[in-house]
Design a protein around this ligand. Structure first.
Ligand SMILES: NC(=O)c1ccc[n+]([C@@H]2O[C@H](COP(=O)([O-])OP(=O)(O)OC[C@H]3O[C@@H](n4cnc5c(N)ncnc54)[C@H](O)[C@@H]3O)[C@@H](O)[C@H]2O)c1
Length: 311
């Protein structure tokens, strides 16, 4: 039977994910749930009208009971980031929303892999792990999937090569303390510095700083211009969903509660991981240089402190 994907919270992010999933044809059925039923209904109808141009996915709105049998449930419910607001400041508002949402999803779709998008996404992933009682690998936060895509895209543009040929990851928090893992970045089979030398596109300190800023500050710039980010993350959520539905065992940078990272215990953050039908099946900790290790430790500590402050 074709797979069902549920999405709870179908504002800008949830609807962008639904649209990307509908056009990609990876699901047989998409069910949209929101505490504003008229919004969910309108989004479902609008997205359903795009389907004839792409495939045959069924898109519908409904209550939680319609999520029965879903293989993946994306949670993008909550409040959007205001201009200048840090992701961590969103926490209190979004934690309250999740208490209700996660219970309902677990009741009707106990087998589903949960995919969290709501910010601050790492802490919301930890909250969802606690509320759901699921093993950590079955509660996946979108984490740095989008930051990694931005990093690859900017590096690829500088080197004159497709982002798909760039293998580079953003680690840690999806937010200000995230770590661009320059030391392990590769293009094709070459280390990034070798590649840059061979194509005559040196990675100077200025280039590095510009790419770092382009990745780290992207969300702030987009939010200043249009009030939210949604298309990039919508496609990122589709990518993770596809890895689960098709049991791809794809390596993606996503957030789950992690046993130990740079000495910090039981904290949800992103590193590259293998993602398939069972959720995350392996962590792939890159070999970092001393500065990156220190930065990842800082990021992990910051998240852990926030997490530990939760009731
Ligand atoms: N992970 C990422 O990379 C990333 C990127 C962009 C945005 N986000 C986050 O995603 C979240 C959603 O952003 P958005 O722009 O779509 O916001 P939005 O306000 O457009 O949508 C949120 C939706 O959640 C719904 N909702 C609120 N409470 C609910 C409840 N109890 N049950 C069901 N639905 C409920 C609202 O009605 C609304 O439709 C925010 O936390 C935002 O910061 C994450």
């Amino acid at each position: 039977m074709a797979a069902t994907v549920g999405i709870v919270g179908v504002g800008l992010v949830g609807s962008a994910a639904a649209y990307a999933i509908a056009l990609s044809g990876i699901a047989g059925r998409i069910v949209l749930v929101d505490h504003l039923p008229a919004l969910a209904q309108a989004q479902a109808e609008d997205i359903a009208h795009a389907v004839p141009f792409a495939g045959a996915t069924q898109v519908e709105a409904g209550d939680y009971d319609k999520l029965a049998g879903a293989e993946v449930v994306i949670i993008a419910a909550g409040v959007g980031q205001k201009p200048g607001e840090t992701r961590l400041a969103l926490l209190a508002r979004n934690a309250a929303v999740f208490a209700g949402v996660v219970g309902e999803v677990r009741r009707v779709a106990p087998q589903a892999v949960l995919l969290v998008a709501t910010n601050p996404v790492d802490v919301m992933t930890e909250i969802t792990t606690r509320l759901s009682g699921l093993p950590p690998g079955r509660v996946i936060g979108s984490g740095t999937i989008l930051d990694t895509a931005r990093f690859r895209s900017l590096l690829g543009r500088h080197l004159g090569v497709s982002p798909q040929s760039v293998h580079a990851y953003v680690l840690g928090e999806h937010g200000d303390s995230e770590v661009l893992a320059w030391s392990t970045a590769r293009a094709g089979s070459l280390g990034i510095r070798d590649f840059a030398a061979q194509v005559g596109a040196a990675i100077t300190d200025a280039v590095r700083a510009e790419i770092d800023d382009g990745v780290r500050r992207a969300a702030y710039r987009i939010i200043a211009g249009k009030g939210a980010t949604n298309y990039g993350i919508g496609a990122g959520l589709m990518r993770i969903t596809r890895a689960v539905l098709r049991d791809e065992a794809a390596v993606l940078s996503v957030s789950i509660r992690t046993g130990v990272v740079t000495g910090v215990r039981e904290v949800a953050l992103s590193i590259p991981r293998v993602v398939g039908r069972a959720g995350v099946t392996a962590d792939l900790m890159p070999e970092l240089d001393a500065k990156e290790t220190e930065a990842l430790n800082r990021s992990a500590r910051l998240l852990k402190d926030t997490q530990d402050a939760l009731p």
